[in-house]
Design a protein around this ligand. Structure first.
Ligand code: C2E
Ligand code: CA
Ligand code: CA
Ligand code: CA
Length: 279
């Protein structure tokens, strides 16, 4: 009836309004969070599969509002990306990760590469290269100890400018990785032109391994592809001993995942490093 149609419409606009309000509220709170220094970085160790040694770590942002529980990036990075706030948040992440990497290197006497996520919007910022350069200079971090994780979705249309930016970053001496590999646009044709050191296999191929044997073929193919292009291959989301053994068996170089460690607070990560040095 007409009546219920109007009610539906009312319901629809109320819901839209509410979502809009929630978004605006989140955007506002994210801005404040940056000012009030409510963000922190956790570190998830990366393991070299053959030696079993910790070979690096990925910095992952967390939001800890005073008196509330920690908020995961999955619930605010997409909004930050849409609103453009990711540019400021990403800059903070870059500087903080470089500063903490210098501290970790000093404390443990090991030059451990720290990986930082660069979102598509950040990647397209015209001054990305100079921002990375400043973060390195300000912190004094050895460029080889910084790795940038870039997703295929950063490559929207212009492959030429994508490769040019990668090359400029590479010239700074930092490492580059393609994140979430296998899920993005098919960049197979250009992959050989990307000056990247690492392919990071998306966790969907790993986490379904036991249930979906068809992933075996995909994982083998990605490892072979990466190696044929002189790249290291790392698998993320490794949760079981079976997955780890399988990856080792097909020659995958490194792994990251709950099976070895969840992302850790900087101090806990430091302790893990010092324990592993004593071994
Ligand atoms: P990502 O870059 O693909 O990071 C991997 C995510 O998988 C992390 O989630 C990590 O905690 C989670 N993970 C690691 N091992 C396992 C495992 O064994 N099983 C499962 N189920 N999950 C695992 P997190 O920390 O919640 O981050 C989610 C996403 O948020 C990241 O995905 C990344 O896209 C984004 N993100 C996090 N930190 C930053 C940042 O500093 N800057 C930007 N631009 N994005 C970030
Ligand atoms: Ca990542
Ligand atoms: Ca990833
Ligand atoms: Ca992901």
């Amino acid at each position: 009836s007409k009546q219920s149609g109007r009610n539906n419409f009312q319901f629809y606009t109320d819901e839209l309004n509410q979502r809009l309000m929630e978004r605006l509220d989140l955007e506002y709170r994210l801005r404040l969070a940056l000012e009030n220094e409510e963000f922190l970085l956790h570190y998830q160790p990366k393991l070299a599969l053959v030696s079993g040694a910790i070979c690096g770590a990925e910095a992952l942002i967390r939001w800890q509002p005073a008196g509330e529980s920690m908020i995961s990036p999955a619930s605010f990075i997409p909004i930050a990306e849409e609103t453009g706030l990711i540019e400021d948040i990403g800059l903070w992440v870059l500087h903080e990760a470089c500063r903490q990497a210098v501290k970790l290197n000093r404390l443990y006497g090991r030059e451990l590469p720290i990986a930082v996520n660069v979102s598509p919007r950040q990647f397209r910022q015209s001054d990305l290269v100079s921002m990375v350069r400043s973060a390195l200079l300000n912190s004094g971090l050895n460029p080889a100890c910084l790795e940038l994780e870039i997703t295929e979705s950063s490559l929207v249309h212009d492959t030429g400018s994508f490769i040019k930016t990668l090359q400029e970053l590479k010239n700074l001496g930092v490492g580059l990785a393609i994140d979430d590999f296998g899920t993005g646009y098919s960049s197979m044709a250009y992959l050989k032109d990307f000056p990247v050191d690492r392919l990071k296999i998306d966790q969907v191929f790993v986490s379904n391994l036991e249930a979906e044997p068809s992933n075996i073929a995909i994982l083998k193919a990605i490892v072979a592809l990466g190696h044929s292009l002189n790249m290291k291959v790392i698998a993320e989301g490794v949760e079981t001993a079976y997955q780890k053994a399988f990856l080792l068996g097909i020659g995958c170089d490194e792994m990251q995942g709950y099976h070895f460690s969840k992302p850790l607070h900087m101090d806990t990560f430091g302790k893990l490093l010092s324990d592993s040095c004593l071994k």
